[in-house]
Design a protein around this ligand. Sequence first.
Ligand SMILES: Nc1ncnc2c1ncn2[C@@H]1O[C@H](COP(=O)(O)OP(=O)(O)OP(=O)(O)O)[C@@H](O)[C@H]1O
Length: 734
Amino acid sequence: MGDEDWEAEIIKPHMSSYVPVFEKERYSSGANGDTFNRTPASSSEMDDGPSGRDHFMRSGFASGRSLGNRDAGESSKRENTSTMGGFGVGRSFGNRGFSNNKFEEGDSSGFWRQSSNDCEDNQTRNRGFSKRGGYQDGNDSEASGSSRRGGRGGFRGRRGGFGLGSSNSEYEQDEGMQRAGGLFGSRRPTLSGAEQCVTGNGDTYQSRSGSGSGRGGYKGLNEEVITGSGKNSWKSEAEGGESGDTQGPKVTYIPPPPPEDEDSIFAHYQTGINFDKYDTILVEVSGHDAPPAILTFEEANLCQTLNNNIAKAGYTKLTPVQKYSIPIILAGRDLMACAQTGSGKTAAFLLPILAHMMRDGITASRFKDLQEPECIIVAPTRELINQIYLEARKFSFGTCVRAVVIYGGTQLGHSIRQIVQGCNILCATPGRLMDIIGKEKIGLRQVKYLVLDEADRMMDMGFGPEMRKLISCPGMPSKEQRQTLMFSATFPEEIQKLAGEFLKSDYLFVAVGQVGGACRDVQQTILQVGQYSKREKLVEILRNIGDERTMVFVETKKKADFIATFLCQEKISTTSIHGDREQREREQALGDFRCGKCPVLVATSVAARGLDIENVQHVINFDLPSTIDEYVHRIGRTGRCGNTGRAISFFDPESDNHLAQPLVKVLSDAQQDVPAWLEEIAFSTYVPGFSGSARGNVFASVDTRKNYQGKNTLNTAGFSSSQAPNPVDDESWD
Ligand SMILES: Nc1ncnc2c1ncn2[C@@H]1O[C@H](COP(=O)(O)OP(=O)(O)OP(=O)(O)O)[C@@H](O)[C@H]1O
């Protein structure tokens, strides 16, 4: 079967939902998909077990104050809260609690926890120790090695697995994993069979049956390897493969080309009612001789083409991070910028870079075997880097600047073909970037701008080694000779300390609002829900929500499949995205979600950062993540660009207590209701490494350089802090 045939076989137009192959054992349907006979999952497989057990657990799911608390069991109602004039006042646990309690700050707890959590695909790091006995909820339950590691529920680490600094890092590293001979598990069962599954709409579609054995076949050495000929084999790249000298499957997926028509290129969604409120957010700039902020696009003095593109993109007003970052980048300074989710960080770096390129009189790059881009942008996930690429393409429309995107899970040859046609701005995920550099298709000598989006993620132990390799690659200009820009909504202190390797010593640090804080346009609700009640609660909430677009985050890939299947069974149109899905499936899922075909997207952390999807009105944390930073990114998929959104999180006291303190802080900083039961748990829980801190900042994300001068605090309308109400905790700053 040729490639095309294979695609035709599995990509049906109506295939909007995903029922993974391992589920087929449990579900069967009539030909019309109307009937759905469910065999209960074995209790040892999922903690969201059979309904009888759900019922049993529900009867005691809340305790103490939580029983009487309004938050327990309320899915959509939320008491009105007085939010004005009280940053951290009233119920602001953060102020009274954290300053009184002295918690030891672990050396690198935030860093390590962050890393292990983010890496739901990281095969090495997932060897944590389960906090939950008996439940196969661990990240590593998803690893290919899980079956080899024996039974369920033992040491299936869920969260906080001790990271081992592998480069098999999460989202993008699968290229590397595949090259490594498939030990890390393939993504798909073989295509040797097909069966019908039911989608939420009752559609039927072809699903593949694994040739692997049962559940073990879900991943494993013998599973899917799609070669160009459509046969299953582990084909050495050296044997006609395209990449390197190691063995692995040949990835054949060629992503669809980006849209060519102007309307699609400039398609955008509207800013929300709170867009103007950005002006009241305080901004801190630290470092020497920071150039003044600009207040309008005109002040940036960009060329006409760029201004036209900005207008066509529907941008009329700068967001705070843009007001500060654009002049800093135009002045040639290195920058670390931290601003809330959805507040326009992408344009904050793209516009000044493009402006520079235009000013420097960049010449159109021509077909060449070795391309030497002026700008390299890296981001941790494929979908995110693709999004950044589309933004770069939009803003460079009508110029001779050519942006190219390359990422894992796609045919390497395709990446190379894109590059050799010319490349001024290279948008890449780390694994693919290093591959291409290794193949001498990209030379680094001309790099003037290096951008790390989601920079804290890019520098943590998952991607850090790869990034260090990048900056020490032959030809890469030293940090003194290039401009390095880092953007994120969160910047743990440990990560900032690493930034010195990348940034010039006089870099500027821009902090918009509460550093590492949640976007205030997201209404946050925390519900106490025991693990066995979660599915029922989820369905209840989703039924109330109706067709509004909702992202449901779970902690593991396997669980994402399970919950997606479960929701489909409940006739809720659902799709899923996670690192075990093939790239074409990931893109299909995202497309179905974007266009509203599947209003529910079940996702792992792979979708937590950066994704900008119109009209996501709800985020549900079915499982809370292991770190507060991850929580901030996840809920930031809604409430973007001045729009409002809602986030509901299931807090399971059996497993989430370590998050109680930082959650309370995040909630109070964002002027949200803090449930009394959560306060109670927070007070009674000692969390090593958590610093409520005398400075009142749990994020450890202030500028860590102690002796800077020239700190400049303005709100984004341009007034000094003494002239404006100060919602920012000054103590956060040294
Ligand atoms: N000045 C502006 N005017 C109108 N819309 C804007 C402006 N700046 C950015 N946007 C839009 O706001 C949305 C969010 O921007 P972007 O994705 O860059 O946010 P972000 O800060 O990078 O978020 P995250 O932290 O989640 O990665 C995008 O749709 C973008 O086009």
